[in-house]
Write a protein that binds this ligand. Structure first.
Ligand SMILES: [Zn+2]
Ligand SMILES: [Zn+2]
Length: 323
């Protein structure tokens, strides 16, 4: 596989889509920031999958892919301030940043300073993952406790596992609902999340093929963050490994079918699984939009790292670097 297509923000004209002229991040207290829109492929522009949802005073992180602390630093949010980490499944690109945010968030500088347990919520597997991370980093933890006198409660973990759909977190008016998705027969568990706050909802598909549960839980969402997998037809025809990967994901046309039925105020692609071959280029964001338009004509964005969304009566999109 070659590198991803050059990043591009594809804007789609819509009366639902408002670009704020001046207001700052403080205008809404329900915000979503795409911290990482990439895949396992190392790419400086698309870090590993991770989405930040800020609701009231809570900072909820969904998956922790490669580079999460760097993206958090770019929006001036200390890693130590994450209220809870939610996991969608256990593919490494979604979890490889966990140790970094857990350990770095404990350090004394302003980017750290966590002095309460690191909260993790996920389907079955979360406890094993975290307890083994504690074993893997036991010496670092012991050294920093002895040498730097860091607070032991800040490196503790508090892990909740669940094995069915339903509410998995409720605090300060924020409700998080987990729902099962279909990431392929061998990739279980796999879930998406619906986050509700003040009568609004953000839905994150997780990694999934076309799945009715995303439509069920995504219906009426203000923002639907959906994964997408794509490869040019000639690559798909020629490569069994590409066929296998694409079969684990949702094609743009299928995602359009999800959006057309769920009718979110805004749909955005994140976790862009754009595949390429030695001589066959990946599809471009414009290709993805065009294919989605075969089945959906509503508001749609192709995400990029640090693109953010203010959720209110309307959904305000801020491209990377916007105030
Ligand atoms: Zn996956
Ligand atoms: Zn994935």
């Amino acid at each position: 596989m070659r590198k991803f297509a050059r990043l591009a923000i594809v804007m789609v004209a819509s009366t639902h889509l408002l670009f704020a002229a001046a207001p700052g991040r403080a205008d809404s207290d329900f915000k979503v920031t795409l911290l990482g829109t990439g895949t396992p492929i190392p790419n400086k522009d698309r870090f590993g999958p991770s989405t930040l949802v800020e609701a009231g005073d809570l900072k909820l992180l969904f998956d922790a892919g490669r580079g999460v602390p760097i993206r958090l630093q770019q929006i001036n949010l200390p890693s130590g301030k994450i209220s809870a980490l939610f996991l969608t499944h256990y593919h490494s690109d979604h979890t490889s940043g966990i140790a970094d945010i857990w350990l770095t968030g404990w350090l004394p500088p302003p980017f750290g300073r966590r002095n309460t347990p690191f909260r993790v919520i996920g389907p079955v597997g979360a406890k094993t993952l975290m307890s083994n991370l504690e074993k893997a980093y036991a010496l670092d933890i012991k050294i920093r406790l002895d040498d730097e006198k860091l607070p032991p409660e800040g490196i503790a973990t508090a892990v909740d596992e669940f094995d069915r759909d339903g509410v998995v977190f409720e605090k300060n008016g924020v409700k998080v609902i987990a729902f099962t998705v279909d990431h392929g027969a061998a990739i279980k568990p796999a879930v998406g999340y619906r986050i509700e706050y003040k009568g609004h909802a953000v839905v994150i598909s997780g990694d999934t093929r076309y799945d009715q549960n995303v439509i069920k839980y995504g219906t009426g969402a203000d923002l639907l963050v959906h994964e997408v997998g794509s490869a040019r037809p000639e690559l798909l025809a020629a490569s069994v490994p590409v066929q296998r990967i694409i079969a684990h994901h949702t094609t743009p046309r299928e995602a359009g079918m999800v959006f057309a039925q769920a009718k979110p105020k805004m749909a955005v692609y994140s976790h862009l699984v754009f595949l390429a071959g030695e001589t066959i280029a990946e599809q471009t964001p414009e290709d993805i939009i065009a294919e989605t338009r075969q089945s959906y004509d509503g508001p749609l964005m192709v995400g990029e790292d640090l693109m953010s969304f203010d959720i209110g009566d309307t959904v305000t999109v801020r491209p990377r670097g916007a105030p």
